[in-house]
Design a protein around this ligand. Structure first.
Ligand code: B12
Ligand code: SF4
Length: 580
C-alpha cells in the first residue's frame, strides 16, 4: 500500500506594533501552552494514525513571537505532502488581525485554515451574533474553532482529509476532562527559543470567581477541572527529556485548582527525592495565603516567582468589577508570606476603573510603593475584552468600543471612561510605569530583597525588563523578548511596505537607539545594586512595607476605610483625608 502524507503547520500568531510590524524577537519570554497543548494532541493523533494506517501525519509548530513565519515555505511543504492544514493557535483578541492576515495568505493558496483560542471562543460564548472580524474570517473560508480541543482532534483531521471541514466548530458547552489533555512536551528546538528555556502547561482550567473584566470564566467555566499528580509528573518528565525543567503554569488561579496539594506534593517529591531541578512560575489570587500550607508547599515545589492579580487598591473599584475576593487589608500579609518563602512577587494593577482619576492613581501608586512589599508591578488599562461580561454589556448597550482588535492588548484605551478623556487615560498609563520604576524605588525594592534574603539577580533581571519594556521598546513587558526583529515585508495588511533604501537606515537607527537606552538602564541598575550591597547594614534594612500590618503602619486601609464593605470582616477604621 503506497503511503500518503498529511502535513500540519501550527502557528501561534503574534500581534502588530503601532507601526504595523509584527512584534517578534530572537528569543521570547513566555512559552505558549496553547501551542504545546495542540502539538501534543495532534502528535497523539499522528502516533495513533487516525487517518488510516497508510497516512503519515507530520507536524510543524511555530511561535511567531520568536520565529519569522515562512509562509511560502509552509505552503510548499503542505502542497508537497498532498494534504494538510494550517492551525492558528491560541489566538487572543489582540492577535486576531495578525491571524487573519496569515490566514488570508494560506487561503489564497487554497489551503484549509482553522483558528482557535480566546477571541473566537469568547465572542461566540458571549455575543448574540458573530462580530465583523469573525465574519471576515468566514468570508475568507477560514474555519472558526470555539472551545477546547481535547478528544476532538481526530474528528477535525478526518473532516479536513474528507474535504468536509465545517465553517464553525462550537464545543463551548461541552468542557472536556483535563485527563484528556496532552502530556507531551514541545520539541526542544521550540523551547530553546524561550529565554531561560521555559515550557508552559496547565495543571487546571476554570476559576470560581466572577471578575467582570475576565473572559476565562465564560470560556473555560467556573468549575475547577484539573490534572492528576500522575499526569503532571508525566508531563514534567517528558519535558525533562528535552532538557526543560522550568515551567510557566498557565492556570489563571492555581490556588483554586482543587488538586493543588497533590500536584505540589508530587513536585516536591520529584525535586527532593528524584533530583529534578524544577522551577515554577504560578498565578494565584490575593487570598492564597489563607490556604494552609499552600505557599510553603509552592516554594518547596520550586515556585520562585508568583503572579498575583492585585488589580487595584480601591475597594469600590474591586467591588465594581465583582472582584470581591480581593481584600486590601490582606494584601501586605499575603505579600510578606510569599517573601518569607523567598518567592519573588509580581503583581498586576489595572488603571481606569470608574473612580480612577490621574490624581487618585498617582496617590495609590505612591501608597503601594511605601506600604506593599511587591517586587514587580505591571500596569494595564481596564479593557472590555471580548468574552468578558464587561464587553458583553457594552456591546448590548451599543456603547462605542475600539473597532481595531489589535489594540485589545491592555495598553490601549478601548472605550470611554466616566471621568478621564482617552488622552488623559493613556497618559496615566504611561506615567504609571515611570512613577513606579523610579531609581529610588528600584533601590528600595533591592534593599527589601537583600534584607529578606531574596536572590537579587532574580529580581533585577525582570525588574529591568518591566521598567524598560514600555518606555524603551514601546511594548508591554508581557510581549517582550530579547532582540527585537522588524521584518520589512511582514507589515499589517493594507499598510505600505517601505522601500528598502528607507527602511534599513531607519531600522539601524531605531535598533541602535533602543540598544543604547537598554544599556544605560542596565548600567544604572548595576550601580544601584553595587550601592545596596555596599551598605554595611543592608541585611537589617526595614520599612513600613516589611513590617506586619498594624493600624499604625497600614495607611492603605485607613485611606479607604469608608469604602471597605463591613461584611468583609475588615478592620473598622476611620477614614483619613485623601492627599491629592
Ligand atoms: C499564558 C497566557 C499568556 C501568556 C502568553 C504566552 C504565549 N506565548 O501564549 C502571556 C503572559 C505572554 C500573556 C499575555 C497576554 N495575555 Co494572556 N493569557 C494566558 C493564559 C493565562 C493562558 C493561555 C493558555 O496557554 N491557555 C491554555 C490553552 C491550552 O488554552 P487555549 O489557548 O484556550 O487553547 C485551547 C482551546 O482554545 C483550543 N484551541 C486554541 N487554539 C486552537 C487552534 C485550533 C486550530 C484548534 C483546533 C483548537 C484551538 O484548544 C486548546 C486546548 O483545549 C490565558 C487565560 C487562559 N486560561 O487560557 C490568558 C489570556 C489568553 N490572555 C489574555 C490577554 C488579554 C493577554 C494580554 C493582552 C494582557 C494580559 N494581561 O494578559 C497579554 C498580551 C498578549 C500578547 N499580545 O502577546 C486574555 C485574552 C482575552 C481575549 N479576548 O483575547 C486571556 C484569556 C486572559 C484574560 N485576561 O481574560 N498571556
Ligand atoms: S480571579 Fe482571575 S481568573 Fe478568576 S475570575 Fe478573576 S480575573 Fe478571572
Amino acid at each position: 500500500m503506497a503511503g500518503r502524507s498529511f502535513k500540519i503547520v501550527l502557528i501561534k500568531p503574534s500581534h502588530y506594533d503601532v507601526d504595523g510590524y509584527v512584534i517578534q524577537w530572537r528569543r521570547s519570554m513566555i512559552p505558549s501552552t496553547s501551542l504545546a497543548s495542540l502539538y501534543g494532541l495532534l502528535a497523539d493523533c499522528a502516533t495513533a494514525r487516525v487517518l488510516g494506517p497508510d497516512v503519515e501525519i507530520s507536524i510543524e509548530a511555530y511561535d511567531e513571537t520568536n520565529t519569522v513565519i515562512d509562509v511560502r515555505g509552509a505552503i510548499a511543504r503542505i502542497r508537497d505532502a498532498g494534504a494538510g492544514f494550517i492551525g492558528l493557535i491560541g489566538v487572543q483578541s489582540n492577535q486576531f488581525p495578525r491571524a487573519l492576515d496569515l490566514g488570508r495568505q494560506f487561503r489564497a493558496a487554497g489551503l484549509p485554515v482553522v483558528i482557535g483560542g480566546f477571541h473566537v471562543s469568547g465572542c461566540i460564548s458571549m455575543l448574540p451574533e458573530l462580530p465583523v472580524d469573525l465574519k471576515a474570517a468566514l468570508d475568507l473560508g477560514i474555519t472558526l474553532y470555539a472551545g477546547e480541543a481535547e478528544g476532538r482532534m481526530e474528528d477535525l483531521l478526518n473532516d479536513i482529509e474528507a474535504g468536509t471541514l465545517k465553517p464553525i466548530y462550537n464545543y463551548l458547552h461541552d468542557l472536556p476532562d483535563m485527563g484528556l489533555s496532552s502530556r507531551r512536551a514541545l520539541p526542544g528546538r521550540i523551547s530553546s527559543r524561550i529565554v531561560g528555556h521555559y515550557a508552559g502547561f496547565d495543571a487546571g482550567r476554570g476559576c470560581p470567581f466572577q471578575c467582570s473584566f475576565c473572559t476565562i470564566i465564560n470560556v473555560q467555566g467556573r468549575k475547577s477541572r484539573y490534572r492528576s499528580a500522575d499526569e503532571v509528573e508525566e508531563l514534567i518528565r517528558d519535558n525533562a527529556l528535552q532538557g526543560v525543567t522550568r515551567f510557566f503554569v498557565t492556570d489563571d488561579n492555581f490556588a483554586r485548582n482543587k488538586n493543588w496539594e497533590a500536584i505540589l506534593d508530587r513536585l516536591i517529591r520529584m525535586r527532593e527525592r528524584d533530583g529534578f531541578n524544577i522551577k515554577l512560575v504560578i498565578q494565584v489570587d490575593t487570598l492564597c495565603h489563607k490556604i494552609p500550607g499552600f505557599i510553603e508547599k509552592a516554594a518547596r515545589a520550586g515556585c520562585n516567582c508568583v503572579f498575583i492579580g492585585l488589580e487595584n487598591i480601591n475597594p469600590e473599584s474591586l467591588m465594581g468589577a465583582k472582584k470581591r475576593q480581593n481584600k486590601i487589608w490582606e494584601y501586605r500579609e499575603m505579600l510578606l508570606a510569599w517573601r518569607n518563602a523567598k518567592v519573588i512577587t509580581w503583581a498586576g494593577y489595572i488603571l481606569g476603573f470608574p473612580n480612577d482619576t490621574p490624581e487618585a492613581i498617582a496617590r495609590d501608586i505612591e501608597i503601594i510603593k511605601k506600604e506593599l512589599p511587591i517586587d514587580i508591578l505591571e500596569f494595564f488599562c481596564l479593557t472590555p475584552l471580548p468574552g468578558s461580561e464587561d464587553h458583553k454589556n457594552l456591546y448590548l448597550r451599543g456603547v462605542p468600543m475600539e473597532p481595531d482588535m489589535n489594540k485589545y492588548d491592555l495598553e490601549h484605551v478601548c472605550t470611554a471612561h466616566s471621568i478621564m478623556s482617552k488622552a488623559t487615560w493613556e497618559q496615566v498609563y504611561r506615567d504609571a510605569w515611570t512613577r513606579y520604576y523610579t531609581d529610588e524605588h528600584v533601590e528600595t525594592i533591592m534593599r527589601r530583597g537583600v534584607a529578606t534574603g531574596l536572590n537579587l539577580r532574580k529580581i533585577i533581571e525582570p525588574m529591568t525588563v518591566f521598567a524598560g519594556a514600555t518606555r524603551i521598546e514601546g511594548v508591554h513587558p508581557l510581549q517582550f523578548g530579547y532582540v527585537r526583529r522588524k521584518i520589512r515585508t511582514q507589515r499589517r495588511h493594507g499598510m505600505r511596505i517601505v522601500n528598502p533604501i528607507l527602511f534599513y537606515p531607519w531600522r539601524a537607527f531605531d535598533f541602535s537607539r533602543v540598544a543604547y537606552r537598554w544599556l544605560r538602564l542596565a548600567l544604572r541598575y548595576r550601580a544601584i545594586k553595587k550601592r545596596v550591597l555596599a551598605t554595611p547594614d543592608a541585611r537589617s534594612y526595614m520599612d513600613d512595607a516589611l513590617r506586619p500590618a498594624t493600624p499604625e503602619t497600614d495607611h492603605l486601609v485607613e485611606l479607604y476605610a469608608d469604602a471597605i464593605p463591613h461584611t468583609h470582616g475588615a478592620p473598622v477604621r476611620k477614614r483619613v483625608a485623601a492627599a491629592g
